[in-house]
Design a protein around this ligand. Structure first.
Ligand SMILES: Nc1nc2c(c(=O)[nH]1)N[C@@H](CN(C=O)c1ccc(C(=O)N[C@@H](CCC(=O)O)C(=O)O)cc1)CN2
Ligand SMILES: [Mg+2]
Length: 292
């Protein structure tokens, strides 16, 4: 049984990206830049944003953070995004989610220039992904899942049966599309799926992205299957402390599976590493445009 080390894989990816960033700077005088917009003061989001900014800068990119108050109006936020769209020194724009309830997330995502949409959430980018268009900006967490799977299983995923649990626009649907592109047979399951344990037992690869702590049980997993746990759930332990658990009952599942991503240290670190990759791609695209 292998524990898939997302922390190490993310570190290796960041090191490769740092080299590409340095080359871009010396060859074209372009330094990739990312602006992260944060609305309100959700403590978990603050940590993620801080990590994004810090890791962006650590590989030689420019990163800035725009903090807006929790009561900021949707139109003020949209104006901010428009300004960033027009700012040619900004290659990547990311609006940290979730947003406060009075703001319509889909309107905000739709306002981002698709070429700067390093989250890959804009409908233009999800449409490109759906069409199998290689120019799509691919959402970071799904991209991270696929990199971890390919690294573990050796690249060729043809014919593997993947069961994705969850159908969100951010993880479930895009990860299914990416795996379809890798010639997997993909089953997308959700809260209304009948006989979910039985469906999961048929999978060579299970991607759990439901957002329910320790939802996937040991007897749902075929012996030797690869388990990718996207969940990040904060639960209270019996001694009153918080601990982070995934969507998979990790201690039970490790017994029979072939490989599993831990939480923390699995998919999470890959999300930010893939964001850096998307920022580099967004900057590269501006250079290719200039040269034609
Ligand atoms: N605009 C976006 N908003 C959100 C995204 C996103 O991709 N784009 N994803 C999540 C939050 N997120 C990044 O924003 C994120 C979550 C978790 C991790 C991570 O590295 N987790 C660690 C554990 C960290 C901890 O202790 O809390 C791990 O799993 O090892 C990175 C990024 C929602 N919002
Ligand atoms: Mg909302």
């Amino acid at each position: 049984m292998t524990i898939i080390d997302g922390k190490l894989t993310a570190k290796n990816l960041r090191e490769k990206l740092a080299i590409e960033v340095a080359e871009m700077k010396s060859e074209y005088g372009v330094q990739p830049s990312l602006t992260v917009v944060m609305v309100g003061d959700d403590p978990a989001s603050q940590v993620y944003v801080k990590n994004k900014v810090q890791q962006t800068q650590a590989i030689g990119m420019i990163s800035s953070e725009i903090n807006m108050p929790a009561n900021c109006s949707q139109s003020v936020l949209l104006d901010q995004i428009k300004a960033l769209n027009h700012d040619s020194s900004v290659h990547g724009i990311l609006v940290q989610l979730p947003l406060p309830h009075h703001i319509d997330e889909s309107a905000v995502i739709a306002a981002i220039d698709p070429n700067k949409d390093v989250d890959g959430f804009h409908a233009i980018n999800s449409g490109r992904l759906f069409n199998g268009d290689l120019g799509a900006m691919v959402p970071c967490t799904p991209q991270g899942c696929v990199l971890l799977i390919k690294q573990h299983l050796g690249g060729d995923l043809s014919g593997k049966h993947v069961v994705v649990i969850g159908r969100s626009n951010i993880v479930g649907k895009p990860v299914a599309m990416l795996l379809l592109q890798e010639n997997c047979t993909v089953t997308i399951t959700h809260s209304r799926t009948r006989n979910l344990p039985e469906v999961c037992r048929q999978a060579d690869i299970v991607v759990a992205a439901v957002g329910i702590a320790e939802f996937v049980k040991a007897d749902w997993i075929k012996e030797g299957a690869t388990v990718i746990d996207v969940g990040i759930n904060r639960v209270i332990t019996h001694d009153g402390k918080y601990k982070l658990v995934g969507d998979v009952d990790y201690q039970a599942v490790i017994e029979g599976c072939g490989a599993i991503t831990p939480v923390p240290g699995g998919v999470g670190p890959m999300t930010i590493a893939c964001l850096l990759k998307n920022t580099l791609l967004a900057a590269q695209a501006t250079i290719s445009k200039r040269s034609v």
